[in-house]
Write a protein that binds this ligand. Structure first.
Ligand code: FES
Length: 91
């Protein structure tokens, strides 16, 4: 995974078995940078701040933060279209 900025949006781009996915890069709980997190399996990214987990294909919250305040909400997912060696996203 890598963090990218497209038209002023901070996103995270994932390569899952050769297919690309992009979701918002800022955690909905308290602004953690997901590109600084880690993949805990092929399709789940864990926020580096309080551990919320998101499905990299859909942006859905799979597990909320480990701290007792605040909730994480689903992130927006952006379709990624491959064209040769170029990637395009529908923002
Ligand atoms: S900022 Fe991501 S879990 Fe708190």
């Amino acid at each position: 995974m890598i963090g990218i900025e497209v038209q002023g949006k901070k996103l995270v781009l994932f390569n899952v078995s050769g297919k690309f996915y992009a979701i918002d890069g800022i955690c909905s709980h308290a602004g953690g940078h997901l590109w600084e997190g880690r993949l805990i399996n092929e399709t789940t990214v864990k926020c580096p701040r309080h551990g919320s987990e998101y499905d990299v294909r859909t942006g859905k919250v799979l597990r909320g933060p480990w701290i007792p305040f605040g909730k994480a909400h689903d992130l927006r997912a952006y379709p990624v279209i491959e064209d040769g060696e170029e990637l395009f996203m529908d923002l």
